[in-house]
Design a protein around this ligand. Structure first.
Ligand code: 13P
Ligand code: ZN
Length: 269
């Protein structure tokens, strides 16, 4: 069977980035079993032939009506599929979907009827807003980084901006590469529309969002950039935890050092 990727280098490149990131997530220990999911907006690579491809599944509701997704196509990790398998065989562990004209449901068009992630509502709700904003962000990544999830198990780190400021102060470039910080979504059922809506709300103000006692969610230009955001925050969390394991509370960069950094890198306050 011919893959939709054949003869489409642009689409292939983006799907390969997803596969590469999926491998990193597994290697990092953030992707137990089927944990985590990735979706990318691939509409810019869609040609007439793809537009005419028949659906290979019945329409399935998204759980929300998302008007900006009209005519859009996404590559999505399959539900219950493993990141480590997605890394090697992306088109067997993910699929390309077309949003139906009602903007509230989708069909799978290629390569195989691999059902998209159970977090499809969160991913597509965020993509809907990314399109509305007209920016360059095309990828959303959800994963279960050990240190950040562990830190979400205490209320003191769930207060507004406490974790953001702590993580920024652990190593200078955290703020440079994650300048809007980490938003917090209080615990909500995995895969729920409530979780999707709360994620969208937090992403208005933050680069990455923490799902309390579950994982994180990031949106960026491509899968690699979204991964980098989470990786940078996790590195800072590891430094904090390592210091605590050595028996002391780390000082963190001083207010003055943070200010100097913020000005040097021209970052938002
Ligand atoms: P899926 O296998 O449906 O993508 O779910 C994994 C997950 O992390 C849910 O939050
Ligand atoms: Zn999850």
């Amino acid at each position: 069977m011919k893959s939709i990727l054949e003869g489409r280098p642009g689409l292939t490149r983006e799907v390969n980035k997803v596969a590469e990131v999926a491998g990193y997530l597994w290697q990092k220990g953030w992707a137990e079993r089927n944990g985590g999911n990735i979706t990318i907006n691939v509409t810019e690579f869609v040609d007439d032939e793809i537009r005419q491809m028949p659906a290979i599944t019945e329409p399935k509701p998204i759980g929300a009506t998302l008007p900006h997704l009209k005519g859009c196509y996404f590559f999505c990790k399959g539900t219950q599929k493993r990141m480590r398998d997605l890394a090697r065989w992306p088109m067997e562990n993910g699929s390309i979907i077309r949003i139906c004209d009602d903007c509230a449901s989708y069909v799978i068009i290629a390569d195989q009827p691999v059902i998209p992630t159970s977090e499809v509502a969160a991913h597509l709700t965020v993509h809907n807003t990314l399109i509305a904003e007209g920016g360059k962000k095309k990828a959303t990544v959800h994963t279960h980084p050990i240190e950040l999830v562990a830190m979400s198990h205490t209320n003191k780190f769930l207060e507004k901006d406490v974790l953001t400021n702590l993580l920024w102060s652990m190593i200078p470039e955290t703020k440079a590469f994650c300048p809007r910080g980490l938003g917090i979504v209080p615990y909500k059922m995995a895969g729920s529309v409530e979780l999707a809506e709360a994620t969208l709300e937090e992403l208005k103000d933050y680069d990455v969002v923490m799902w309390e006692k579950h994982g994180v969610f990031a949106a960026d230009t491509d899968a690699m950039d979204a991964f980098d955001q989470i990786d940078v925050l996790t590195k800072a969390a590891q430094i904090y935890i390592n210091a605590r394991c050595m028996g002391f509370e780390p000082d963190g960069m001083s207010e003055e050092q943070m200010k100097e950094m913020t000005i040097a890198y021209n970052l938002p306050k």
